[in-house]
Design a protein around this ligand. Structure first.
Ligand code: ZN
Ligand code: ZN
Length: 555
């Protein structure tokens, strides 16, 4: 027992099914709740700027530095103090310089750093070189100046001065140089491109955080100051400064704003090994063919332009929501929705009808504007009619129904065929009585009775043919007093079948039997409509005293 229960559990899967009720009141209430929810979400999104997303920006940066200065008896122009950088989005401005002119390949005393100082040849070793060396030692100890003797080296001589850079910085006036930064950006997700230079702008402007925050021309001294540094200090050994361009854009037309905000920050550590420098040389050939060079050790500020962006678009957010929710339009979702939701009208506004010549139950909405027979309806898919399952109340004897009663003599007065294939029987062309003169226009079976009420104007058939009341199974399942009595006794074993009221009980049971037979489910019992011919057949078989029938109530 336990095992079978367990197996049953394993071979079953429960899924949810939602019933969709069509009701104006509930629909409006639902709409109101959804609207409130949507408005709240929008408010939260706007307040906390959740609709913004950090979009990856595609950016290109071009810079041009301008300025000329005269110092150390020479003119310094852009070509000399700006040196192209390997790194992209960077530019370098020289601020200080150590120049060693006229170097030739010779043997000369090393610069007197600690390891190079010597007292005799024994301190020097032929062929050796220190990491700081300017050349290869010859093994001799020679006089560097009045104070020091150093090991002699084969090198570019005279060797470069290796002390501190000059202070104040040689090119300290470069703080007055300016740089024009051109920054194109694109937000790929939004396919939106913009340049940091306003369409109308004064070319002689200089960036100022408060006065000209959008001017793309920057004075180097101001940049360093904004980064909370002193140009005179920083210029000596150089350094690295980040120019941050932050695009904070809202692309919605009514809130449109897309302009850069500039920020500045020193990147190299001021305390641990500050500065930025490198060496380069310019080479010449002497008339005799010998090579000579001028070595520069240059100090300066490297400016790194860093671009990032945030983009917001409520429209985009809405569009993406629509995109997600437009799922409902796809074929898959239609199928999914049809499978997941069963559309049920407000129970008070519908009726179900079943025709013997149609394989499905039809749902018809109230109010009726014509006879129920001609009302437009929609198909209800499932129609689990089972012949042997006649009446949940007498399930236990349903087998007996099918197996034994077949052989019993027909009680039908009109059917001359002992054929249990009811469908076959019922779809035969009408070969008995033609429509009786009294049968109304909407009747197709010729057995219905006229009535003024639209909701009672229903036939057992859609097309002309034999009436269901003439079928074997109508006799057996609905009308048979034997079946009805069995069912009543099944429910109440000690029911007095001789009671005068028994006909009323049998009539009501016959109606139920018909519904269960033709509609397959007791769920529809309340709103299932019994065709006129069937109703009258049942009423005539089990008449009520006074013939005062309530019939089908329309609420
Ligand atoms: Zn009819
Ligand atoms: Zn009929």
């Amino acid at each position: 027992m336990g095992v079978s229960v367990c197996l049953e559990g394993l071979t079953q899967y429960n899924s949810r099914k939602y019933v969709r009720i069509q009701s104006v009141t509930w629909g409006c209430l639902k709409g109101f709740v959804y609207l409130t929810f949507a408005v709240s979400v929008c408010c939260i999104v706007m307040i906390f700027r959740l609709h913004q997303e950090e979009d990856e920006v595609d950016s290109s940066v071009r810079t041009s530095v301008k300025g000329v200065t005269f110092t150390n008896n020479r003119i310094w122009d852009t070509a000399e103090y700006t040196i192209p950088m390997q790194a992209t989005n960077s530019f370098f401005v020289m601020t200080n310089i150590i120049k060693t002119e006229n170097q030739l390949k010779r043997s000369c005393p090393e610069y007197p750093f600690v390891k190079a100082i010597c007292f005799s040849d024994n301190n020097c070793k032929n062929g050796s070189a220190d990491i700081h060396s300017n050349g290869i030692q010859t093994g001799r100890c020679v006089v560097y100046n009045a104070t020091f003797k150093t090991c002699e080296v084969n090198a570019w001589c005279p060797v470069q001065y290796m002390g501190e850079p000059p202070e104040p910085a040689v090119l300290r006036s470069s703080e007055d140089f300016t740089v024009l930064i051109k920054n194109n950006i694109q937000f790929p997700k939004f396919n939106y491109t913009i340049l940091n230079i306003p369409t109308i702008f004064n070319t002689s402007c200089t960036y100022n955080k408060t006065i000209f925050p959008l001017c793309p021309i920057f004075r180097l001294g101001d940049i360093v100051q904004e980064a909370k540094q002193k140009f005179s200090e920083m210029g000596v050994k150089g350094g690295i400064i980040a120019i941050k361009i932050n695009w904070d854009c809202n692309l919605d037309s009514w809130f449109y704003d897309c302009s850069p905000k500039y920020g500045f920050q020193r990147l190299d550590d001021k305390k641990i090994m500050p500065g930025f420098h490198f060496r380069y040389a310019k080479y010449y050939k002497l008339p005799q063919g010998e090579e000579q060079r001028t070595l520069y050790k240059v100090y300066g500020i490297r400016f790194d332009v860093i671009v990032f962006g945030t983009v917001a678009s409520a429209i985009e957010v809405v569009l993406s929501i629509v995109r997600y929710s437009s799922c409902g339009k796809s074929a898959f979702c239609k199928i999914y929705n049809r499978k997941k939701y069963e559309t049920v009208l407000n129970p008070r506004q519908v009726m179900y009808v079943s025709y013997v010549d149609e394989p499905h139950v039809t749902l018809i909405k109230e109010p009726l504007k014509t006879s129920l027979q001609h009302a437009q309806g929609s198909i209800v898919e499932s129609h689990p009619v089972k012949f042997c399952d006649a009446g949940g109340c007498c399930t236990s004897e349903s087998n007996e129904h099918c197996d034994n009663e077949e052989s019993e003599p027909m009680r039908s007065t009109e059917s001359n065929k002992n054929d249990d294939n009811e469908d076959y029987e019922l779809r035969q062309p009408l070969r008995q009585e033609a429509s009786s003169p009294g049968s109304p226009k909407w009747c197709c079976c010729g057995k219905c009775l006229p009535t003024q009420k639209y909701h009672e104007q229903l036939c057992c058939r859609r097309k002309k043919g034999q009436c269901i009341t003439t079928s074997h199974w109508f006799q057996q399942l609905v009308l048979s007093s034997r079946t009805l009595k069995k069912a009543l006794l099944y429910k109440d074993p000690f029911l007095d079948l001789t009671d005068g009221n028994i006909k009323n009980q049998m009539r009501r049971l016959a109606f139920r039997q018909y519904i269960h037979w033709r509609f397959g489910s007791f769920d529809l019992e309340d709103r299932a409509v019994i065709p006129s011919c069937c109703r009258w057949k049942i009423r005539n078989t089990y008449p009520k005293a006074g013939n005062n029938y309530t019939g089908f109530k329309v609420e």
